[in-house]
Design a protein around this ligand. Structure first.
Ligand SMILES: Nc1ncnc2c1ncn2[C@@H]1O[C@H](COP(=O)(O)OP(=O)(O)OP(=O)(O)O)[C@@H](O)[C@H]1O
Length: 772
């Protein structure tokens, strides 16, 4: 059933804390961190306050715990309200016949939200206690969390009325007061969404509004930061420019200066929308850096090994020095021995007088022989010594010369990478890392954004006035001849096929199998191709059929899961919701239960095969035509919603998931003035205009992260609330015509899409529960 999902959000808002249905409550939840401190936002909290029946069935408990979390819902009698000690914040719900109010008890005071439309926290009136009962939700004693809640209560205008003096600098310098040029003194606050957003509280709209640069510079804290950066970065004088950079750095002065340095002194800009050429250039540079780094590592290795060799040679030389002197010493001693032997020989010749000439000849021969032997021994030893010494010197010389040659070679090799080039490459590398980080963060942020695709329909008989410079851009000249440029997540030209369109949407669509709420909308003027994109002809189906077929295939494929798919189909015509899967097109009422919307009396049909879907869709489309004929209207003047609910159960873990896929073919968006209609057609056109403008206001409020999102301004937005609130994934197709005749509608449609692209829905959440 559309919008009846009661999910368990990861971040807890005051309303959700007090009212989670225990059967859908996650089994384990991590500790609450400061980042999870909720904005006190009645309408954006996902879980609905429990109705009085649920509250009545809870157990009565007067003595609620006052520390830590209490996931049990306790009921206490309202005219004797429980009080709590200081240092805790208690989320409660006040149940009475006319509806439920979310309440907060903090510092011995109780606040409540009377109307979720105006989001104002009011002091709880004494006389109200006797008219209902209070149930206690979570009790938190985390100091940072309590301070954040206190700060937000301080900013609630009615809550501040009862406070003595409004604080001018709350939340460690993140809030303050400035004098708005037209609105007078306004309170400002640095709201933390996925990053800090500096806002002021606009009493006329009752919401926080993002501050323009000029206004933000009036805040003394911000002005101080800007002056600090101005002083530290030479030549950076444009204060608006500095503030813009400061915002991009999430108000981190050091980060801002670092990013400025990198962008100003680096040849490549840090644009997160780098073109394909920039991307290729970056990749080529990255490869070059990688190669050069490898070369450098190799060179360092060679140098280190040569240096080691050189050190070894020097050490060997030092070791050899004593050996050489030893050998020289030995040599000297041998020479002395030789000389002594020669003298001895001489004296022997003189002493041993030969008796005969033959005797003299023998003595002389023996002496010569001994001398010759000694001399040859000496020569042998001398030449050995010489060889050793000279080979040592040769080794040492070789080592030395190779070390010298290597050290000569080194500068020529490192010259491959000049010092400047190296510095540039290093800075490029660092910047590239930073850019990758920025892109990654961007991607993370984008995950929570609504995806917007533009599609230009095919029309062979007209000249296309749109230009498609890339698959993310579309350019079109306005009536004054000025080129208007629009950027989307993807732009589809007239030649794009239905398969290609579905390819990009498929991952979002299929995530509903994992428990996400997914919504796909088609917006554009009549005849621009919305129905072609969503439903498509039988022979060439669009997203609706392809998506449901894909979901059937996926659910069939998962062996360990048991899935049930059910389908509903409604149309909203002149603010009346009709069930297209009943023969009489029964009127259905949208009922607000807290922050959820359910459609009372809507039929849902289980689907198992493609044939089931085709049959139901045909039935719905036939009923739509019959209904529109009865009312004498055209079916294209109503909004068509197909809601597919996918409920899964893991057969092993018993974890249950529930996701919904809402496929919306909106009525034509052309303006009343242009269509020049009257009578019933005028009533239709006014209803369409009203609901589409309500959709635009919802997008705009979501884009500004306003505390109040006006979902209740039309049936369409009311029914779509669960699909566009915090935990959903959404894609918007803006359909345009290529013809010059439709230029102004085309521009207005593309602008609508551009505005929707600013929206952050927050990180999508799965709807998972565990069976007992
Ligand atoms: N991309 C396309 N390729 C071929 N034909 C297309 C394409 N887009 C639309 N058409 C054709 O243009 C005509 C009008 O398209 P379609 O009915 O989808 O417009 P629409 O925006 O849904 O209009 P309405 O608001 O009246 O329902 C149809 O005949 C459709 O088949």
């Amino acid at each position: 059933m559309m919008g009846s999902t009661s999910s368990a959000p990861e971040t807890v808002s005051p309303t959700s804390s007090a009212t989670n249905n225990s059967s859908h409550y996650p089994q384990s939840r991590g500790p609450r961190t400061f980042e999870q401190v909720p904005n006190i936002n009645v309408s954006s909290g996902k879980a609905a306050p429990t109705n009085s029946n649920q509250a009545q069935s809870s157990s009565v408990n007067q003595g609620a715990s006052t520390s830590g979390k209490n996931s049990q819902e306790n009921v206490h009698v309202a005219h004797n309200p429980t009080t709590y000690q200081d240092g805790v914040v208690v989320f409660e719900t006040f149940h009475q016949d006319s509806g439920d109010y979310p309440c907060i008890y903090l510092s011995r005071k109780r606040y409540y939200v009377k109307s979720s439309d105006d989001q104002v926290w009011l002091p709880f009136p004494e006389d109200l206690y006797s008219r209902g009962i209070l149930t206690t939700g979570e009790i938190i004693d985390d100091e940072a969390f309590i301070n954040a809640i206190q700060a937000q209560l301080s900013y609630s205008p009615s809550a501040t009325e009862s406070a003595a003096e409004p604080s001018t600098n709350v939340h460690n310098g993140t809030g303050g007061q400035i004098r708005h040029p037209t609105k007078g003194p306004v309170y400002t606050h640095l709201l933390e969404q996925s990053r800090y957003v500096h806002c002021f509280f606009d009493e006329s709209s009752g919401s926080y509004v993002i501050m323009p640069l000029a206004l933000e510079l009036l805040s003394p804290d911000i002005a101080n930061m800007v002056t600090q950066i101005q002083r530290r970065v030479d030549g950076w004088t444009d204060r608006n420019d500095i503030l813009a950079a400061l915002r991009a750095s999430n108000y981190d002065v050091e980060d801002c200066i670092r990013n400025k340095y990198l962008t100003a002194y680096s040849p490549i800009s840090l644009s997160s929308h780098a073109s394909a050429a920039d991307h290729n250039l970056l990749q080529a540079k990255e490869r070059k850096i990688h190669d050069l780094e490898l070369q450098l590592t190799q060179l360092r290795k060679t140098f280190e090994s040569l240096r080691a060799d050189l050190q070894e040679a020097v050490a060997q030389n030092n070791e050899m020095a004593p050996m050489i002197s030893l050998l020289e010493d030995k040599n000297a001693r041998l020479e002395v021995s030789l000389r002594m032997a020669q003298a001895q020989n001489k004296s022997l010749v003189q002493i041993e007088r030969p008796k005969t000439a033959a005797h003299k000849g023998r003595i002389e021969a023996a002496a010569v022989k001994s001398l010759a032997h000694n001399a040859s021994l000496f020569h042998e030893s001398y030449s050995k010594l010489k060889k050793t010494v000279s080979s040592s010197f040769t080794d040492w010389d070789n080592l030395l010369s190779s070390a010298v040659a290597a050290s000569k070679r080194l500068p020529s090799m490192t010259g491959l990478v000049s010092r400047e080039e190296m510095t540039e490459l290093k800075s490029l590398y660092r910047k590239e890392c930073l850019e990758r980080k920025l892109l990654y963060n961007k991607l993370q942020e984008l995950r929570g954004n609504i995806r917007v695709y533009a599609r230009c329909r095919r029309a062979d008989d007209v000249t296309c006035v749109l230009q498609f410079p890339s698959d993310e851009e579309v350019h079109v000249k306005d009536v004054r001849g000025n080129m208007q440029r629009f950027r989307f997540d993807k732009v589809y030209t007239p030649s794009t096929t239905q398969e290609q369109v579905f390819e990009d949407t498929c991952p979002i669509v299929t995530s509903c199998v994992d428990g996400y709420n997914v919504c796909i909308l088609a917006y554009g003027q009549t005849g621009s191709g919305k129905t072609f994109t969503m439903m498509g002809p039988r022979s060439n189906p669009g997203i609706n059929i392809r998506a449901i077929q894909e979901l059937l295939r996926l659910t069939d494929e998962r062996q360990n899961m048991e899935y049930t798919l059910s389908l509903s189909m409604v149309e909203i015509y002149n603010e009346i919701i009709q069930d297209l899967l009943t023969a009489e097109c029964n009127v259905v009422t949208a009922q607000q239960v807290g922050n959820n919307v359910t459609m009372q009396g809507l039929t849902t049909h289980i689907v198992n095969t493609t044939e089931d879907i085709t049959e139901l869709m045909n039935m719905g489309m036939t009923n739509r035509t019959v209904a529109s004929t009865k009312m004498n209207s055209e079916s294209s003047r109503s909004h068509l919603l197909i809601v597919l609910t996918v409920e899964g159960r893991d057969l092993t873990t018993q974890v249950r998931t529930k996701g919904t896929l809402t496929l919306v073919d909106l009525a034509g968006s052309e303006r009343v003035a242009k269509s020049e209609v009257s009578g019933q057609q005028l009533v239709e056109a006014v209803a369409i205009n009203r609901s589409l403008s309500a959709l635009g206001q919802v997008f705009s409020a979501l884009g500004k992260s306003a505390l109040h999102v006006p979902f209740r301004n039309s049936k369409l937005t009311q029914v779509l609330q669960p699909s566009l609130s915090g935990d959903a994934k959404a894609a918007l197709f803006v359909a345009v015509s290529p013809a010059e005749l439709n230029l102004s509608e085309t521009l207005s449609t593309l602008t609508f899409g551009s505005n929707a692209k600013q929206i952050e829905l927050g990180k999508p959440k799965k709807n998972i529960t565990k069976s007992k």
